[in-house]
Design a binder for this molecule. Structure first.
Ligand SMILES: [Zn+2]
Length: 96
């Protein structure tokens, strides 16, 4: 495991601190990576999670929240890769 210096999750953009950081991969948060298997959530699952939290935390409508997620996700390192790899344990963010 390489110890990257990400301050926010490379998959969903949520701020990382000692509580929210994945124990398996320091690029990701607890929500994006299964803490037992190390498996990462799919793009669709991450998108859905972002929509739900924007609705809950910011009081957005579903349409507004979906628009935000669709604008934000392409900017995150995990989704900038050209090809989808089977083993997605490293997000290839700029800090590693
Ligand atoms: Zn995340």
């Amino acid at each position: 495991m390489d110890d990257c210096k990400c301050t926010s999750c490379c998959s969903c953009g949520m701020p990382l601190d000692n509580k929210s950081k994945s124990k398996k991969d320091s690029c990701y948060c607890l929500h994006c990576q299964d803490q037992e298997s190390g498996k990462l959530r799919s793009r669709e699952e991450v998108r859905e999670g972002s929509i739900k939290s924007a609705m809950r935390i910011m009081g957005k409508t579903r349409v507004e929240a979906a628009k935000m997620a669709d604008e934000m996700m392409p900017k995150l390192p995990r989704w900038q890769k050209k090809e989808e790899k089977e083993d997605d344990s490293c997000c290839h963010c700029a800090c590693d």
